[in-house]
Design a protein. Structure first.
Length: 482
């Protein structure tokens, strides 16, 4: 046999074997109705989503764990015209697919997103649909679930006149919300503002956030999905922040929850003889930059939590500041795969410059602590050579080594305040949930000066500070239910 004929013979032989193998793999489908598909989830759930807004893509896997290949005769989104769900099967978009092959021990991806219609009601609505898989006459289904919320959408809105904004329906803010110098805006209890990426709140006039204990005002990012298993609601840098311009005075925030911005509050240069901002019962947390930056302003905070920022929690230059029964706790940081970085500043920075030569900062019944506190200064005081800083820490828990004098009165020095929960890893998952209430063994318990507590008899959560006899330091009063 010639070399050419041998080549043709063996080529044909191996081609026949290859064709037979392929034929067995692709055409010898199981006809047994007991050979079922397996799924990575029974129900694919979306976090709360906003009506008329496309969600990010979610996904699940379909597996063939049988001994023969399967031919899925139909994959169908059951209510394609009604629910707003959209699907993509292994790279093909549509609502219905026929004759989808899946090899032995192989899998395919199903991608799902949703753009829900308006509900017409001011409450959450559950939208359910199903993806039906039919194989050998047997139907299997994966449930799709999402809670949707109608929102009012503002794009580049400027408010020029006095306005009352209700809490009946959340608002989604694109670009920025600007309150003109001529306007005073009151935001009623229960209001929620979802901030799109890079959106800011710019206050040139006056802003009042008037929440209550039961119905706080909430300002947060608009992402509802997850990153590496972590809810975007817990990820910093989701939107810009709140800037209060030099023309703005007498702003009031009460019972507000403001989180996951790039910066928290930016108070532009002013004259400190008039109140710039008064905060009471406010939680300001989880920012990628400095949490509060203030230049030459009068700024007062009572019963407030300032927590978790990559920069300082308070960077105060010039001006006049008072903090009473506040908790300042900085445990900002993340594993490398999330890329947030870690805090690289002191918790509190007080400074003056040639332009802003004087500052008065008073802290009463307040806790200042953080992950950078141990081994390095948690408080930095930088007076300019031509200026002076008047400061007093009265009945405070501080991260530094020191001793009492005329500026530090009955302080607790460098003792861990023992918060209830500062561990962001739970059950080998990233949760980033921090609970800055006090543990029963906290040295901050019963250490407050009652003279200041009498003016704030209830803590940030409405707990009676005098129920167990003596008040505690910080924004949260210990109680046995902790």
């Amino acid at each position: 046999m010639s070399i050419t004929r041998k080549f043709i013979f063996f080529g044909a032989f191996f081609l026949a074997i290859f064709w037979s193998a392929c034929k067995d793999d692709f055409d010898n489908y199981s006809a047994n109705p007991n050979d079922r598909l397996s799924f990575s989830v029974d129900t694919l759930r979306f976090d709360t989503i906003l009506s008329t807004i496309n969600t990010s893509v979610n996904a699940f896997m379909v597996y063939n764990r049988n001994k023969k290949p399967l031919l899925i005769s139909s994959i169908r989104l059951r209510n394609a015209d009604a629910g707003g769900y959209k699907i993509n099967v292994d790279g093909r978009a549509g609502a219905s697919f026929q004759d989808v092959e899946i090899r032995v021990n192989d899998s395919l991806y199903v991608f799902v997103d949703i753009k829900p219609k308006e509900n017409g009601i001011n409450q959450l609505l559950l939208i359910t649909d199903y993806i039906d898989f039919t194989t050998n006459g047997v139907q299997q289904s994966v449930v799709l679930e999402a809670h949707t919320q109608d929102v009012t959408i503002w794009k580049g809105l400027t408010i020029f006149s006095d306005t009352i904004l209700t809490g009946e329906k959340p608002c989604l803010i694109y670009d920025s919300l600007v309150i003109a110098e001529s306007a005073s805006v009151k935001v009623e209890a229960g209001a929620t503002w979802f901030m799109h990426a890079k959106a800011e709140i710019i206050v040139k006039g006056r802003l009042q956030l008037l929440g209550t204990l039961e119905k706080p005002v909430t300002i947060r990012g608009d992402r509802m999905d997850r990153l590496v298993g972590v809810s975007y609601d817990l990820i910093p840098g989701q939107w810009g922040g709140i800037r209060i311009d030099s023309t703005s005075f007498n702003n009031v925030f009460e019972h507000a929850r403001i989180r996951n911005a790039y910066y928290g509050l930016d108070l532009r240069p002013s004259e400190p003889d008039e109140s710039k901002l008064f905060l009471k019962n406010v939680v300001l947390t989880n920012c990628k930059g400095t949490l509060v930056n203030s230049v030459n302003c009068r700024f007062t905070a009572e019963n407030c939590e300032f927590s978790n920022a990559r920069g300082a929690l308070l960077d105060l230059m010039g001006g006049d500041y008072e903090f009473t029964h506040c908790t300042l706790a900085n445990y900002y940081g993340s594993p490398a795969e999330l890329g947030w970085g870690s805090t690289n500043n002191e918790t509190v920075i007080l400074s003056t410059t040639e332009d802003y030569p004087s500052e008065e900062a008073i802290f009463r019944n307040t806790i200042i602590w953080g992950s950078k506190a141990n081994g390095s200064s948690g408080i930095r005081i930088n007076p300019h050579e031509t200026g002076a800083i008047t400061f007093r820490f009265d009945h405070c828990l501080l991260p530094d080594e020191g001793e009492d004098d005329n500026d530090f009165i009955q302080c607790i020095w460098n003792k861990n305040p023992k918060f209830v929960d500062i561990d962001y890893v739970k059950n080998n998952q990233y949760e980033f949930f921090y609970d800055f209430r006090l543990d029963s063994i906290s040295p901050a318990r019963n250490a407050a000066d009652p003279v200041y507590s009498i003016k704030l008899p209830y803590d940030l959560n409405g707990v009676d500070r005098f129920a167990d006899g003596e008040p505690d330091l910080g924004a949260y009063e210990w109680r046995i239910e902790n």
